[in-house]
Ligand binder design. Structure first.
Ligand code: C5P
Length: 267
């Protein structure tokens, strides 16, 4: 049986508004999600037994057994797979990681309908296209006329558990994002994004002050903001050269951080 390669791109919450809270404690969100041209990659084949091996820069601490979301995804789909997971993305960073990996396995299995049961961020990761994510994560609307952005992704190597950030939120009932106008160019899009927020950013910084240092390091960007529940942040730059230069500068100043220049996928 020949193996298939699946790409699991970094997920970026360009905006993330927390608009309310359900009785079961889950938070209602309104988020504009896009994907980047960097990500994990998975080699997947049908096999007699489940087998997972993790390679790559961020393999440390990633379980190679049923604790891994890719294993859970395969099991939920009733499949036995041999998976090699190349971890290019830092995990627990607010950029998808494990959710994107699990979504890649569900895509391979043709079992996308199971995504919400694996994790709140898995449904949005089934497609690599810009989407508006609402409710607790599973209500998705394709976002049209979204230009590509030149960005730098930075992660300081600090892991902030998502439930802890939700628990530290000061305000849980903020305005939603209103109507999406659609944007003709990256500049107009960035202008619009500036009016948005990540409502989890302040709470995450109170837990992990390193996030403030990351945002400072991205201080020359047109816009710098945290993704998801952190601690990775993105900076938007006017072009690919400016983004590459910023990534080099940040990496040189902070050798233990992860800093990459990339582009987001347009719609
Ligand atoms: O579903 P997932 O495992 O990704 O969520 C991790 C945790 O984040 C949940 O257990 C919950 O505490 C919190 N969460 C939330 N509201 C969401 C998504 C996640 O409160 N919309």
């Amino acid at each position: 049986m020949s193996a298939t390669t699946e790409f699991a791109p970094a997920k970026i919450n360009l905006t993330l508004h927390v608009t309310g809270r359900r009785d079961d404690g889950y938070h209602l969100l309104d988020s504009l999600v896009v994907f980047a041209r960097v990500g994990d990659s998975l080699t997947i084949a049908d096999a007699p037994e489940m087998a997972l091996s993790v390679t790559g820069r961020f393999r440390d601490g990633v379980p190679e057994d049923a604790r891994n979301l890719v294993w859970k995804a395969a099991e939920a789909a009733g499949r036995r797979l041999a998976i090699t997971l190349d971890k290019t993305l830092p995990h627990g960073a607010g950029i998808g990681g494990g959710s994107a990996d699990a979504a890649a396995v569900l895509r391979y299995c043709g079992a996308g309908a199971l995504a919400a049961g694996i994790g709140a961020d898995v449904p949005v990761c089934l497609s690599n296209m810009p989407q508006r994510m609402q409710d607790i994560g599973a209500t998705l609307t394709p976002a049209a006329k979204v230009p590509a952005l030149n960005i730098v992704l930075v992660h300081p190597g600090v892991h902030v558990p998502t439930p802890q950030v939700f628990a530290a939120l000061i305000s849980r009932e903020n305005p939603d994002m209103g109507v999406f106008p659609g944007w003709d160019d990256a500049q107009a899009f960035t202008e619009w994004l500036r009016q948005g927020r990540n409502d989890m950013q302040e709470a995450a910084i109170s837990i992990a002050p390193h996030i403030g240092a990351v945002l400072d390091a991205l201080g020359d960007a047109d816009l710098a903001r945290m993704s998801g529940s952190g601690s990775a942040c993105f900076g938007i730059y006017p072009g690919p050269e400016a983004a590459a230069a910023a990534a080099r500068r940040i990496q040189a100043a902070h050798p233990d951080w992860w800093a990459v220049a990339t582009q987001t996928i347009a719609a």
